[in-house]
Ligand binder design. Structure first.
Ligand code: 7RM
Length: 629
């Protein structure tokens, strides 16, 4: 049932709670399956184990491509907008995309890829990235896309964790006025990987690069040898579709595992429902395919829904701060989906960058990735939406696979900075500190989910125990999100931010532990504590408290070296905004760092540090306050 009114939403929501299996089996009927499901849902959040559409067989690319050929072969599937506005945009029809995916799937096969093999994709935002993702899915290989801003060592960790057999990359990438040598980053990373047999390299920037004989192959040369047709590999609904890494509060990144059937059903349903996409609409999500938002809402959801989806290679500030709006006007974008951090940055630019472009094609706006503050919400509403485009503030996670809490465009009454209400199928629970579920309205707690939805991650690749500990142990029987949430008197939800040690910087998840261990690698560093603090544009920025060795030397020099180290170990996005050298950290008697205190100092709150009675040495706090940046 399509949702066309608020009453429809309420009906659909109630149905999804009262008869979830019936609800989702109805939704699943609009897809193409080789075999229908025998069982809709099996689940146990204590194990945890979740299986949707057991017994069903499908290939997601047949749903994204083949089935559209009868009705929309000539319709544009992907509009690609290059980094440089002087370069021509590309319009790729469903027919063309189908051919390109099949051909590249054959390239993968001729290089030894088989069903179940892991393939790492480290590429810029060019059409070949989407084609590579779909080509993996075509043959049942599991893609692991690594955002091309990650460093060589972060890339190597991810390649090793998933034991990838192939790496797909390009010579370089264009990002604004910069050219980044992706291939040399791959070469460096691969010095620490034994599992990779071949690297397929797309010529994008045409700089001279080193090709390793026997390992490296040119994309275009491989394509020239490949056949055109490629039958889709039939997959079980619960077969793995992809792995995507996300930062956790402790230890190394977690390879979240998504499976074929449930992920397809949920991302497509939520794309159509939340955005109210109508045939002919041009839809642009500005995310990178290296993040879950790009997987679910640039590639899979929109293509399965037969939409026209835009891929943008560049950045919002190049050649000037008007680029997003120029692209909206150029491609007559109807639905525009971006991150609050981008909105805040563009809000700071001169308003003439907005005014000089015709934004009248826009009818729906969306945000994702972090809480949107009211000021940014109103700026977006008034200046971009001209007061007549609904803004859907979509809350979800890598782990949830698809949008969970959001207004339905044009249907749910809006409230600035509120993600509002759960989509059908999503049963929220706000928990108190004692682990009890809070009921009713006007409450604040920790956001959990008490019933499975089709696109939830099934496990952490190679570490089910960690999956259980991270998500299903805080509140047994519930999935815990790591976020805090308020429910107001109208039953509307407002996400208050992370309650664990994950910091969302410009919409990207970073784990404090990961950054701390990178800094601790420096030979002059004894110990580090990292916290987040509010930042005007980035939402949060990183503040590092570093205990150095006695012979620290020049502080500025050491700061530069630490920034380099973080950039090389994780990537530039993880660099601390501020580094304060301290002589000690506030620790409890049991040796735990009291980050609560460090967070307050970092955000400029000097008084009112709360309960410090468990501190081993309260004098440390005073000295940190004295030196606060
Ligand atoms: C889609 C994505 C997940 C974390 C999540 C939240 C934060 C995302 C919103 C939001 C407030 C939102 N996946 N978050 N969307 N907070 N309002 N609309 O971002 O795995 O990279 O991040 O992002 O903390 O737990 S993610």
């Amino acid at each position: 049932m399509e949702i066309r009114s608020f009453e429809d939403y309420q009906k659909a929501y109630n149905h999804s709670v009262e008869a979830p299996e019936e609800f989702w089996s109805n939704v699943a009927r609009s897809f193409e399956w080789h075999k229908p499901a025998e069982t809709i849902l099996e689940w146990d959040f204590h194990k945890p184990e979740v299986r949707w559409f057991s017994g069903a067989q499908l290939n997601i690319t047949e749903n994204c491509l083949d089935r559209h050929l009868a009705t929309r072969a000539e319709q544009t599937a992907i509009i690609w907008e290059p980094n440089d506005p002087q370069e021509a945009a590309q319009h790729i029809s469903y027919q063309q995309l189908h051919s390109k995916v099949c051909k590249f799937a054959n390239v993968l096969k001729q290089n030894g890829a088989e069903k179940g093999d892991r393939i790492c994709i480290y590429m810029p935002m060019v059409p070949e990235l989407a084609i590579a993702v779909l080509a993996c899915a075509r043959i049942g290989a599991i893609h692991s896309v690594v955002f091309a801003g990650f460093s060589s060592s972060a890339l190597a960790d991810r390649i090793n964790d998933a034991k990838c057999k192939l790496v797909l990359t390009s010579d370089g990438s264009f990002r604004g006025s910069k050219v980044i040598d992706l291939k040399s980053i791959v070469d460096e990373g691969l010095q620490h990987c034994d599992c990779v047999e071949k690297v397929i390299v797309l010529a994008r920037t045409h700089e001279s690069i080193k090709m390793h004989p026997g390992r490296d192959l040119w994309w275009h040369e491989e394509l020239a040898k490949a056949a055109d047709d490629c039958a889709a590999t039939v997959m079980e609904a619960e077969d793995m579709l992809f792995i995507l890494y996300t930062s956790g509060s402790t230890g190394k990144p977690k390879g979240m595992v998504h499976t074929c059937g449930g992920y397809m059903v949920y991302t497509t349903y939520t794309f159509q429902t939340a955005f109210q996409y109508e045939p002919g609409d041009v839809y642009w999500c500005t995310a990178d395919i290296g993040w879950i938002t790009g997987h679910s809402y640039i590639v899979y959801g929109p293509l399965a829904a037969g939409a026209t989806t835009v891929m943008f290679e560049g950045v919002p500030s190049y050649p000037d701060m008007g680029r997003f709006w120029e692209v909206v006007a150029k491609h007559k974008i109807n639905i525009f989906y971006t991150a609050p951090t981008a909105i805040r940055a563009l809000e700071k630019a001169d308003i003439s960058f907005v005014e000089r472009h015709d934004l009248s094609s826009l009818k729906t706006l969306g945000t994702v990735g972090e809480p949107i503050n009211e000021e940014a919400w109103h700026w977006y509403d008034e200046n971009i939406g001209k007061g007549n485009c609904p803004i859907i503030d979509t809350w979800w996670q890598t782990e949830t696979g698809g949008i969970m809490i959001t207004p339905i465009a044009g249907i749910t009454p809006l409230k600035p900075a509120f993600a509002t209400l759960p989509l059908p199928g999503v049963q929220l629970a706000l928990m108190d500190e004692q682990g009890q579920e809070l009921t009713g309205d006007n409450i604040e707690g920790r956001l959990s989910i008490k019933f499975p939805w089709p696109s939830m991650a099934r496990t952490i690749y190679g570490n089910h125990q960690r999956f259980k500990e991270t998500y299903f142990s805080a509140y047994p029987g519930y999935y815990f999100t790591g976020d805090g949430c308020k429910r107001d008197a109208d039953g509307y939800h407002r996400i208050t931010g992370r309650v664990d040690d994950v910091i969302i910087v410009s919409g990207h998840n970073l784990g404090t532990a990961e950054i701390e261990s990178a800094i601790d690698e420096h030979h002059k560093v004894v110990e580090t504590a990292v916290v987040g603090y509010p930042h005007d544009i980035k939402g949060n920025a990183i503040y590092a408290y570093v205990i150095g060795k006695d012979d620290l030397g020049d502080e500025d020099q050491l700061r530069t070296e630490i920034l380099r180290l973080v950039s090389d170990t994780i990537g530039p996005i993880a660099k601390p905004e501020k580094i304060q050298f301290v002589s000690g950290l506030p620790k409890t008697r049991s040796g735990k760092i009291m980050r609560r205190i460090l967070r307050k100092i970092a955000s400029g709150e000097i008084e009112n540090l709360g309960d410090t009675s468990t501190l081993l040495d309260p004098a440390v706090v005073h000295s940190i306050q004295q030196g606060a940046l």
